[in-house]
Design a protein around this ligand. Structure first.
Ligand code: OAD
Length: 243
């Protein structure tokens, strides 16, 4: 069985992290939308890092929950003809920390940083590197290219494109899957919200898991009302039972 699970912010709520939307979502806080746009790197670098550094601090302090572990356990139970691809919009790295290895991070990773100059000549800053620093007092800069360029979290900001390599891998996995599950997402942010449409007309079992299921979502066969950390362990065990 070939399984794709698309995860959103709701999957990390039981780890103590906030969603983006909803009554307690981070987008209710002043300026967050502005600081989530790529232009903030140039116009407000200090405020940018104050916000994203604080978010990184919360991510560093969080631990995976039952939903992350259920996905990692499923990966370990796969047989020779099975596959599991976790496609996540989350930047918290908790799927990897739980033990999942086949994870496509559509919106990048807050656990990593990189020089804003893609052609940076400094080996330390070119490409992503693990960065635990919060940069709350001053934004970090790399000077390898002659003029200072900000070192930024390796996330996809508004105004930026997804990595074509990651998106191609995600669409390929969805086109070949037998089961598609979307969990913990409001299904409002494209292109991730469009992934389910790539299963159309192939008899794929499409399942939506969320404590508040919005109306619409006609591409999903089944809608399960519940929390990721409570629903996923049983749902995933029913797909490929433990031996
Ligand atoms: P949202 O904040 O839009 O939606 C989170 C969803 O999680 C909501 O539908 C909640 O009902 C649901 N939820 C809350 N608690 C849950 C639980 N315990 N179990 C399961 N679901 C729960 O987050 P996303 O859909 O992930 O992009 O947002 C997508 C993107 O919007 C993010 O990746 C981010 C943001 O702009 C970037 O930063 C580029």
């Amino acid at each position: 069985m070939k399984i794709v699970v698309l995860t959103g912010a709701g999957v990390s709520v039981a780890s103590g992290l906030k969603t983006f939307r909803g009554a307690t979502g981070v987008y209710n806080e002043a300026d967050v939308s502005r600081l989530s746009h790529e232009s903030a790197l140039r116009t407000h670098p200090h405020e940018f890092w104050k916000f994203w550094g604080a978010m990184r601090g919360e991510v560093n302090a969080a631990s995976p929950n039952a939903a992350h572990y259920a996905l990692a356990d499923l990966e370990r139970r796969l047989g020779p003809d099975d596959s599991l691809t976790v496609v996540t919009m989350n930047v918290d790295g908790l799927h990897h920390r739980a033990g999942s290895t086949n994870v496509l991070e559509l919106h990048g990773s807050l656990v990593h940083s990189r020089c804003a100059d893609a052609r940076c000549s400094d080996d330390r800053h070119r490409g992503r590197f693990v960065d635990e620093a919060l940069w709350q007092d001053s934004a970090p800069y790399c000077c390898a290219s002659g003029r200072p360029r900000i070192v930024r979290p390796d996330i996809v900001l508004f105004g930026e494109l997804l990595s074509p390599h990651v998106w191609t891998a995600a669409t390929r996995a969805v086109r070949n899957c037998d089961v598609f599950i979307a969990v913990g997402t409001s299904s409002t942010v494209a292109p991730a919200s469009e992934l389910v449409k790539k299963t159309s007309y192939r008899g794929v079992d499409t399942i939506f898991v969320n404590p508040d299921v919005p109306i619409g979502l006609r591409h999903f066969d089944r809608k399960i009302v519940g929390k990721a950390e409570e629903v996923l362990p049983e749902l995933l065990a029913s797909l490929i039972p433990a031996k």
